[in-house]
Every structure is written in structure tokens, then in C-alpha cells.
Design a protein around this ligand. Structure first.
Ligand code: ADP
Ligand code: MG
Length: 572
């Protein structure tokens, strides 16, 4: 075929294809426009998974009558004027592409009224061509209705999933913006049913309650990189990380509860997801994933937001700096603020059905939480685990101790596991693993799968103090083990490690080996301990930074406060 210039219709459909991947992309563009117009209330209505209808109504600045048509011209935008402007974009939109792109693949109606205008104006377009226009009364703001989306692009329509799936993508977009803009009232109705409504109070926690529910909201920890006193180098002081992260007790079994906003723009970032997962390392049970809402504020010129067709990915000038800042802020919140579970939480939980819409307690550290909420238990920061006095052992499994404020029940296995885990990690990082030779080498028989894992992680195991030599077909001699495992279940630890799926990377394995060694050398539940042994365990636990969970993420202790005891016994 000879080379020729494509005609306008083809060009605009191709361009539309970049912006309008599915109904949720339309919702995203329209909501971003409403936010750019400084709306305080945005309502989103959809029908038929967004294919039959998407309507976004806002109370923003509106468009003056003379410019309503212009908004649908390609590259028409009120948001950036010059090339220099592009270097410091603070609006969500800036390309002037969304409205013409959506219009090319749908039937679209707009009614808009700018402040000071006596009436609004309306315009109807069908596949990008104006079919009707005039004036119509309405209060300041804009309503855009999109019908029959992608009807004229069957190839793309075919790729859409069921209305239920498309609705869930739409709900996700609206939820993300509700989290990014807690000061805006969002309402989402799907097929005439309201599925999300946020109060627009300006408090992130209120959006979290609506998006994730009460249980998660109650267990969110406040993030603020300013609090930690680590402003860092002068060049980094303008990078600010705020938001909320879930305490490890509310982890989810699916990924996808991580939200990242750069200067309030919702983005996807594997880099930042990794930073958060790293910060939770050793705190979550295996296969669990955290919940986090991370806002990063940084000077516009330090991030390029113009690298992706739907603007959902960005490029940081200094990736490492952002990674480190996020990881540090999250880790700090987790280490300092994750509460030791208290008996009150169990007790208050029983009240849930009676007051379903009332938060049961204030989320751990949200200082800005409205005072109308009933006062709840305050968290016991893990850092300040007080000096504890031993009282005894319960069921051969729990250590009972007294602190300045009541009773502590410590799970002896979980607590010892945490202590050993921290110790082994520290020894490993200093390359000072204590090794113990076995008087009689032990034999280890492995199956082919275990054999492959052993061969690929041989060095890693050696680094942790195992001396393992080949001894015939799929049999090995174990000559030395990490000292903590001596006289303990070293074979159990090895077998557990060798049974893990092959192909995991070295970093994961390093953590895994430490966990496994700790688990198999820790005192068992059901093991009677002497008073001295229990005192020593408590003393060591007091030294550990993250004392309140074991490396698998289970709690190590429960706190029963003096106040609670007094209430239970009717003394208050
Ligand atoms: P962009 O957002 O990149 O500027 P769009 O095609 O999304 O491009 O919108 C074009 C223009 O239409 C915007 O620059 C803005 O001036 C106007 N506009 C669109 N939606 C709204 C709205 N809800 N309220 C006020 N103005 C709007
Ligand atoms: Mg836009």
C-alpha cells in the first residue's frame, strides 16, 4: 500500500483508543476534569457497566457558554498555556485530549454553567459531530452524560468484560479519587443504587471508612514523614510522605489495596508498591498483603507526569530517594505505632451490631480524628514496651506478667520467635552467624524437588551457618548448623525451607531462612519454663524494636489494662 495521510475520523478514533480503554477510563477523565474545576461535590452515575450511560455532575467552575464547543476540540485546554507551564503542571489534565476522545466514541451531552452566567449552555455530540446546542438553566457546575460508549468501535467493545467487572473498575477509580480528595463529596450510583458516598469532611479516615469499611479504618496508622525527624538532606526536605497504612493485623490476602498519589494524582507504581511491601517485611503473615494510602508531595519539576497515555504512570527524577522515603515513613509508622492488641478490642467488638455505623475506637494515631467519635483505647506503642514483672505461666504456653498499666499475656513461642529472628538477622548482616558443629553429622535425605531447591540456595544456607555436604544419591551430611538450632529441630527447619517453591529470589530466601531458624529453635507452646527462663525471655523482648508480632505477623502479646480490669470488676 502506498503511504497516505489518515483522514480525520480515523485519526480521532486512534487517539480515542489511547484514552478510552474501558468505561472506567471515561469516569477517570471526567472526574479529573471535575476536580480540576475545583468541585466540592461530584456525583457519578453509571448504567450497563458504563457502556449504556456514564453521567458525571459537579459543582465546579463550569465552562462559559462561548467555550463549551471549544472543550471538544482536540488539544483544547484551559490548563496549560506554554511549554514552560508543562514543567510545573498542578492540574490533573493538561493535554486537552479527553473530551474530544470520548466524544469520538460515544454520544455525549454537556450542560455547563459558569459562575456569574444567568443560564447554562448545552451541547450534544454524536461521534464527535455537534447535533444540538442551546441554553438551559442550571446552577454553576457541569454535567456530562456519555451514552453508547464504544458502540462504533466493535473491536474494543468486544474486549470489555461483564458489566459487573466494568462496574468494579469504575468503583475502583472513584474510590481512589475519594481517598485522594477527602474534602470532596463523592457519590457513585450504579444502576440507580448508591454504592459509595463520602462525606467530604477533609479527613482521610472518613474516606477510608467508606471505601474500606470500619474494621480496616479502625486499624489504620497515620503516616507523616515529618514526624520522624528525618528531614534528610536539604535536597530531600521538599519530599513529603503522608497518608495511612494498615496495621499488620488487617492484612488482606489479595494485592491491590495500595493507593499512591503523587501531588494528588492517582498513579500505579511497582516501585512504590515494592517500597511498601519491603516496609512490612517480617510483619505480615506469609501470603498476606498490606493496605496503604500513600500521598507523596514533591516539587512538580522533580516528576514527569507526561510519560503515559492515561497519565497513570510517572517518572521520578530520583527514584531511589522516593523509594527510600516511602519505605522509611511506612516502616516507622509500623514500628512505632502498631498497637499491642488489648482485651478492650475484643470486648468492644461485641458492640459492633448495636452501633454499626459508629467507629468503635479511634484509629491508632489519627490526631485529627473528629471528636464526635466515642473515645477508644489508645494503642500501646511497641517501642515503649514497659519493664514487666513476671507473675507466672499459663497452660505451659503463655507468660503472665505485670506492667505499669495492667496485665500482659505473652505467647512464649511467638515472642521467642521474634527475639531469635531479630538476633539471627543481625548476626547475618554482620556476617557473624554463630555456628555449632554436630558431634555426629546428621544425614538428610531429600526428594528431587528438595534437591533442586537445596542446590540453588546452597550458598544462602551456608551463609546462615549450615555445613552440608553431598553424600551419595540425594543424600547429604549435615556437619554444622546455626548455634541457635543446636539441640533443636534443625532437620525440621531445613525440610521446611527445602519444601518451599523453587524460583524464589535470594532476598526472599534470606528472610525465609531467618524465619525458619527462629521458628524451629524457639520454645514451643506447651513447654514448661522456669521463672528464670521466663524472666530472660521478657528481658530480651523488651529489647526488640518490633516486639508485638512474631515474624509470621501473629501477635506476641495481649494487654489487659488496669482500667479495663477495674471496669470488669465494677470498681469504676
Ligand atoms: P484537559 O483536562 O486536558 O484540559 P479535557 O479534554 O479533559 O482536557 O477538557 C478540556 C477542557 O474543558 C478543560 O481544559 C476545561 O477547561 C474544560 N472542562 C472539561 N470538563 C470540565 C468540568 N467538569 N468543569 C469545568 N471545565 C471543564
Ligand atoms: Mg481532562
Amino acid at each position: 500500500m502506498s503511504i497516505r495521510v489518515l483522514d480525520q475520523e480515523v485519526v480521532s478514533r486512534i487517539a480515542a483508543g489511547e484514552v478510552v480503554e474501558r468505561p472506567a477510563s471515561v469516569v477517570k477523565e471526567l472526574v479529573e476534569n471535575s476536580l480540576d474545576a475545583a468541585a466540592r461535590q461530584i456525583s457519578i452515575e453509571t448504567r450497563g457497566g458504563g457502556v449504556s450511560l456514564i453521567r458525571v455532575t459537579d459543582d465546579g467552575t463550569g465552562i462559559v457558554a462561548a467555550e463549551v464547543g471549544l472543550a471538544f476540540e482536540r488539544y483544547a485546554t484551559s490548563k496549560v498555556g506554554s511549554l514552560e507551564d508543562r514543567e510545573s503542571i498542578s492540574s490533573l489534565g493538561f493535554r486537552g485530549e479527553a473530551l474530544p476522545s470520548i466524544a469520538a466514541v460515544s454520544q455525549i451531552d454537556i450542560v455547563s454553567c459558569a459562575a456569574g452566567e444567568s443560564a447554562g449552555s448545552y451541547l450534544s455530540l454524536k461521534e464527535g459531530i455537534t447535533v444540538n446546542q442551546g441554553s438551559q438553566g442550571r446552577s454553576p457546575g457541569t454535567t456530562i452524560t456519555v451514552r453508547n460508549l464504544l458502540r462504533n468501535v466493535p473491536a474494543r467493545l468486544k474486549f470489555l468484560k461483564s458489566p459487573t467487572t466494568e462496574n468494579s473498575h469504575i468503583a475502583n477509580v472513584v474510590s481512589q479519587y475519594a481517598l485522594a480528595f477527602p474534602e470532596v463529596k463523592f457519590t457513585l450510583s450504579v444502576d440507580d443504587r448508591v454504592t459509595l458516598r463520602t462525606p467530604g469532611s477533609g479527613q482521610l479516615i472518613d474516606s477510608v471508612i467508606e471505601v474500606y469499611g470500619l474494621e480496616i479504618a479502625q486499624n489504620m496508622l497515620q503516616l507523616d514523614s515529618r514526624d520522624g525527624g528525618w528531614e534528610g538532606k536539604a535536597s530531600t526536605s521538599s519530599l513529603l510522605v503522608t497518608g495511612m497504612v494498615g496495621s499488620p493485623s488487617i492484612s488482606r490476602s489479595r494485592r491491590g489495596h495500595l493507593s499512591f498519589f503523587i501531588n494528588r494524582r492517582w498513579i500505579n507504581s511497582r516501585l512504590l508498591a515494592w517500597a511498601v511491601e519491603e516496609a512490612y517485611h517480617g510483619l505480615l503473615m506469609q501470603g498476606k498483603h498490606p493496605v496503604a494510602i500513600i500521598n507523596i508531595a514533591l516539587p512538580a519539576q522533580n516528576v514527569d507526569i507526561n510519560i503515559h497515555p492515561t497519565k497513570t504512570e510517572v517518572k521520578f527524577q530520583d527514584e531511589r530517594l522516593v523509594f527510600a522515603a516511602v519505605q522509611k515513613a511506612v516502616r516507622q509508622a509500623l514500628v512505632e505505632l502498631a498497637p499491642v492488641p488489648r482485651i478492650e478490642e475484643v470486648a468492644t467488638a461485641y458492640e459492633t451490631p448495636a452501633r454499626p455505623s459508629q467507629p468503635l475506637m479511634t484509629p491508632a494515631t489519627d490526631g485529627r480524628h473528629p471528636t464526635t467519635h466515642p473515645p477508644g483505647p489508645q494503642p500501646t506503642p511497641a517501642f515503649s514496651l514497659p519493664a514487666l514483672r513476671l507473675l507466672g505461666q499459663l497452660s505451659g504456653s503463655y507468660i503472665i506478667a505485670e506492667g505499669p498499666d495492667g496485665l500482659y499475656l505473652i505467647d512464649q513461642h511467638a515472642a521467642h520467635e521474634r527475639i531469635l529472628f531479630e538476633k539471627i538477622k543481625q548476626q547475618r548482616s554482620r556476617q557473624e552467624i554463630e555456628v555449632q558443629g554436630l558431634l555426629e553429622p546428621g544425614t538428610l535425605e531429600v526428594n528431587p524437588g528438595q534437591d533442586a531447591v537445596l542446590k540453588s540456595h546452597y550458598q544462602n544456607l551456608t551463609d546462615f551457618g549450615f555445613t552440608i555436604e553431598p553424600f551419595g544419591d540425594r543424600t547429604y551430611l549435615v556437619r554444622a548448623v546455626p548455634a541457635v538450632l543446636h539441640r533443636q529441630d534443625w532437620a525440621g527447619a531445613l525440610t521446611e525451607l527445602l519444601d518451599s517453591p523453587p524460583g524464589e529470589n535470594k532476598g526472599d530466601w534470606t528472610e525465609k531462612i531467618a524465619i525458619s531458624i527462629a521458628c524451629h529453635s524457639a520454645v514451643r507452646a506447651g513447654q514448661t519454663l522456669t521463672d528464670d527462663e521466663m524472666r530472660e525471655l521478657i528481658r530480651q523482648l523488651e529489647q526488640v524494636a518490633i516486639a508485638n508480632t512474631c515474624p509470621h505477623g501473629r501477635p506476641t502479646m495481649i494487654h489487659l489494662s488496669s482500667g479495663h480490669l477495674a471496669r470488669e470488676f465494677g470498681r469504676t
